[in-house]
Ligand binder design. Structure first.
Ligand code: BYC
Length: 317
């Protein structure tokens, strides 16, 4: 008996094999993958802003070189992800248009301001740490181009996490004022980092279907718990206090208990009302408009080469 395309899709997912761009897939699977990959790509590109802001004010040449490399990596992650989205039949220009017109989302975390250089360290430690927790399982996501992009991204995210932690360790060995800067940055970024994992499972409309399709391998709450368990010992080594009075080891569950993030804050930031939403999107729109001449020149160059490569009868050489 021959397998229908639907059966082939289901068995491929059930066997933990990858769905590839030319395979048949349900329309909703395609739409979900485009939504998630586009949001992820936009997050990488918008995520360059809060840290990029500090490149000109890095405290040493070494810190500047590290920060430039990290921000460049994020641009690269955006590129891999837009390319992965394009395999699903969407155009990168169309996705950018949706981002700058507010029709597609990006991660809530990048709508918080970076107030001093300790924030660069805390973003590496907590934000990239949360990103790693969320993204390592996505290396086994059912859509091939996304899973493969994620392998490279995770390798680079590990370096990002380490540079942040090393920066904070250095500051903690410094003056009392520097230790206070690290504590203050930790206080501001802790709860928003927990919100990166998305709403709680009972209020997450997409998790059930995405788990069934093996796009997501764990629920939002499972990954949030994993992040807390991983981060508490790191905070102890660093010597900072995580700003949650309910945080304590639960010997029975063998996990840390922790307080409830303010979910109304997450919803408000997702809706565009976070401290920096307007600024982030405006800056992205301005960069896109300023880059119009580069895109035009690149397209003209490509067209000229295509002409030159064609034989007199119009056939490619
Ligand atoms: N922020 O049903 P749910 C990085 C939306 S880049 C904004 O749980 P899902 C980095 C969600 O999209 C970090 N929106 O959704 C870069 C959905 O809305 P729509 C980015 C959020 O998809 C530079 C609705 O809320 N990482 O690490 O099953 C420097 C309901 O949610 C957020 C990724 O994108 C949020 N925090 O799960 C440093 C990873 N949370 O689309 C670091 C890939 C939820 O239905 N993405 N929403 O209108 C994912 O793993 C999943 O998409 C999520 C959400 C866990 C984020």
């Amino acid at each position: 008996m021959t397998e229908t395309v639907e059966q082939h899709f289901d068995t491929t997912v059930a066997r933990d094999q990858r769905i590839e761009p030319r395979d048949w897939m349900p329309d909703k699977y395609r739409a979900t993958m485009i939504r998630q990959i586009a949001q992820h790509a936009h997050s990488e590109i918008i995520g360059m802003q809060p840290e990029g802001n500090w490149i000109t004010r890095a405290p040493s040449l070494r810190r500047k070189a590290i920060l430039i490399a990290k921000v460049q990596d994020e641009a690269g992650h955006g590129m891999y992800l837009y390319s992965a989205a394009e395999t699903l039949g969407v155009d990168r220009a169309e996705l950018t248009e949706k981002l700058i017109s507010g029709r597609q989302k990006y991660s809530s975390i990048f709508n918080y301001p970076t107030l001093n250089y300790a924030d660069v360290g805390v973003i590496g430690w907590l934000v990239d740490g949360a990103a790693i927790c969320n993204q390592v399982p996505l290396c086994r996501s059912s859509f091939g181009p996304y899973a493969r992009a994620m392998i490279r991204i995770c390798k680079e995210e590990s370096f990002h996490q380490r540079q942040g932690y090393e920066l904070l360790m250095t500051m903690m060995r410094g003056t009392e004022a520097q230790r206070q800067m690290v504590q203050d940055a930790t206080n501001r970024f802790w709860w928003p980092s927990l919100m990166m994992f998305g709403p709680p499972d009972d209020r997450s409309p997409n998790t059930g279907q995405s788990m069934a399709w093996r796009i997501k391998r764990h629920t939002n709450d499972e990954l949030r718990q994993r992040f807390v368990d991983m981060t508490v010992p790191q905070a102890d080594v660093l010597g900072v206090t995580l700003p949650d009075p309910d945080l304590r080891w639960n010997a029975e569950r063998r996990h840390y208990d922790f307080g409830e993030p303010d979910w109304s804050e997450l919803q408000s930031v997702i809706k565009g009302n976070g401290p920096c939403n307007v600024q982030r999107v405006a800056q992205r729109r301005a960069a896109h408009e300023d880059g119009a001449w580069v895109r035009e020149a690149a397209l003209a160059h490509a067209a000229k080469h295509a002409d030159a490569a064609a034989t007199p009868d119009g056939e490619p050489r």
